[in-house]
Design a protein around this ligand. Structure first.
Ligand code: GLN
Length: 230
């Protein structure tokens, strides 16, 4: 069995737990809520839920978890959804020195609340590469979601694999208006789900749907291969 931890300091951890419980009997995964270094020590992989990234970082600091989480990321698969995706970013735009603390782990720069205030929340039907029943779109729920601004893997980092994008017509003006002919399908700002090595990043909330294909994907595509390689 593999043990999957869910960082349970703040945010949508209970929703992730419910989703994993639905898939774990089939996939033989044990789910642990992580609040201490000792909890983290039991885990083969970790999920950082949506919520408020500044609060999660602050609580992680108070729990003495920042260092252990950064070490964990170097060795084991981690999936960040929304606020979790911000924490997994190597950098965020506009962060002041001494401001928001990040864990890093994925070589991207993101912007918090990147969709601006008018469109703080929206839903979009997504095509995702590699999900089971690939023809059935995934319902993406975006709540004050981050926007991916840049990918910058170094030569020694695992490559970044984009697994889902939204249409550039959905991009908000606040991330920089698109030029009239700026419809580059590779614009990083259209990326809403990506992988780097065994890490997974989604800017939306699969845990707020009834569709557990992302949770299944994390176990089969990220966690099991990494455990088997050991
Ligand atoms: N805007 C939040 C943050 O900056 C993320 C929102 C979410 O997780 N739904 O942390």
């Amino acid at each position: 069995d593999v043990t999957i931890g869910i960082l349970a300091l703040q945010g949508a951890f209970a929703e992730h737990q419910v989703m994993f419980q639905k898939v774990s009997s089939k996939k033989k995964a044990v789910i642990v809520l992580v609040r201490t270094e000792e909890d983290l020590g039991k885990c083969d992989a970790l999920v950082i839920p949506g919520g408020e990234s500044t609060t999660i970082a602050l609580l992680a600091r108070l729990a003495g978890l920042l260092g252990p989480l950064r070490d964990f990321l170097k060795k084991k698969p981690v999936w960040g959804t929304c606020a979790g995706a911000i924490l997994l970013s190597q950098a965020i735009e506009g962060a002041k020195k001494g401001g928001q603390e990040l864990l890093g782990g994925i070589s991207v720069t993101t912007a918090r609340n990147g969709w601006g205030s008018q469109v703080e929340s929206f839903e979009a039907s997504l095509e995702v590469e590699g999900l089971r029943e690939a023809n059935r779109p995934f319902h993406g729920i975006f709540i004050r979601a981050p926007v991916v601004l840049q990918l910058h893997p170094s030569a020694t980092d695992p490559p970044i694999e984009v697994i889902s994008r939204i249409s550039s017509s959905l991009l908000p003006a606040s991330v920089g208006p698109l030029d009239e002919d700026d419809t580059d399908p590779r614009d990083p700002r259209t990326i809403v789900a990506l992988r780097q090595g065994s890490h997974l990043l989604t800017t939306f909330h699969p845990e707020l749907t009834k569709d557990n294909r992302f949770h299944e994907y994390f176990i089969t595509e990220c966690v099991l291969p990494s455990v088997c390689n050991k």
